[in-house]
Design a protein around this ligand. Structure first.
Ligand SMILES: [Zn+2]
Ligand SMILES: [Zn+2]
Length: 244
């Protein structure tokens, strides 16, 4: 089936369901839509200028101090929003309440943002959850956003492009250096899927970017031609390293 038609039917299915069960906004809980106008208006975006590589707001032009000190492995990282409400609330819901329709609503926001970046990506690969956490939660929240995004953008979706080859402890509360060590060598990419491809890595939140960098490392090791990274949200210094 043609991609546009598949996506239309997918959206239509959610639209029909809304007539029976009116949705609540994923950002503020108000009834009427999954992502209301107020929340749309209240989304905080990263203020320009941003670091050429990791996308964090900086004072001048070029690279932030962290990227100058240790270059991340991905080519470029950009995030649609700052990790504050209403997006933080929506991501929290997605993580603990399997709200598939909310994943779709966020993907629609991410679609516009992705298209504007004009990156020559050929394949979308989500950052995978570890087996243990997948078993506990029963689903992977990044999938809930990345799958409809790939469908809408007409880009090949490869949820099996990367696997976690060892369980890592949560990054919450770890320092920048500890985070890097924690995820170092934690991923393996499937050469058959990603070889010679330009990959778009997707995650929900980036903090120091060390998980994305480690994923990019694995993708390049498996022969990927280029690796771009995109997250729904970006945790900033004022969020500390204790929340995400
Ligand atoms: Zn709202
Ligand atoms: Zn940077």
């Amino acid at each position: 089936m043609n991609v546009a038609l598949t996506y239309f039917l997918y959206r239509f299915a959610w639209g029909s369901l809304d007539l029976i069960f009116p949705p609540l906004c994923g950002g503020c809980g108000k009834p009427g839509s999954r992502w209301c106008r107020d929340c749309q208006h209240n989304v905080q975006h990263l203020v320009e200028p941003v670091c050429d590589i990791c996308g964090i707001s900086i004072d001048g032009l070029g690279l932030c101090a962290d990227c100058q000190a240790a270059r991340p492995r991905y080519h470029i990282l950009r995030s649609w929003s700052v990790f504050d409400d209403p997006v933080r609330n929506a991501l929290h819901k997605l993580k603990y309440r399997r709200d598939v329709a909310l994943g779709d609503a966020l993907a629609a926001q991410l679609l516009k943002f992705t298209m504007n970046l004009k990156w020559p990506v050929e394949m979308i690969v989500p950052v995978p959850l570890g087996k243990k956490r997948l078993k506990e939660r029963g689903y992977d929240q990044v999938n809930l956003i990345a799958r409809p995004l790939a469908l809408a953008a007409g880009i090949v979706y490869a949820p099996d492009g990367l696997v976690r080859i060892r369980e890592t402890r949560s990054q919450v509360g770890l320092s920048r250096a500890e985070r890097r060590t924690n995820v170092n060598g934690a991923f393996l990419a499937q050469g058959k899927r990603v070889k010679s491809r330009v990959v778009l890595l997707i995650d929900d939140v980036a903090t120091t970017g060390s998980t994305l960098s480690s994923c990019a490392e694995a993708l390049y090791a498996a022969g990927a031609r280029d690796v771009f990274a995109l997250t729904v949200s970006r945790a900033l210094t004022h969020h500390g390293l204790n929340n995400v």
